[in-house]
Design a protein. Structure first.
Length: 84
């Protein structure tokens, strides 16, 4: 083989490998592996909260009001015991 033949084979091999990598990357980019129902669940929510909504939350009655008695109880707090 002459140097010219080796150069032609090298250039053709380089072009083939380059195109192979390009089309493989394009295939991976365009093909989605996420199922359609999961893709719908992954879409971001468009949430707009107005100041009136926040004020109305402050006016709601509490279902379980926190009192001082609920915070301080007579029951002892159990501490973790060492495992032998």
């Amino acid at each position: 083989m002459e140097n010219k033949d080796l150069l032609i084979i090298s250039v053709l091999t380089f072009i083939t490998v380059s195109l192979w990598i390009f089309f493989d990357a394009y295939h991976v980019y365009t093909t989605s592996t996420i199922p359609a129902d999961l893709k719908i669940q992954l879409e971001p929510l468009n949430i707009k909260i107005s100041l009136d909504d926040i004020r109305s939350l402050g006016k709601r009655p509490e279902l379980f009001p926190i009192t001082q008695e609920a915070i301080v109880s007579d029951q002892p707090i159990s501490s973790p015991s060492a495992i032998p």
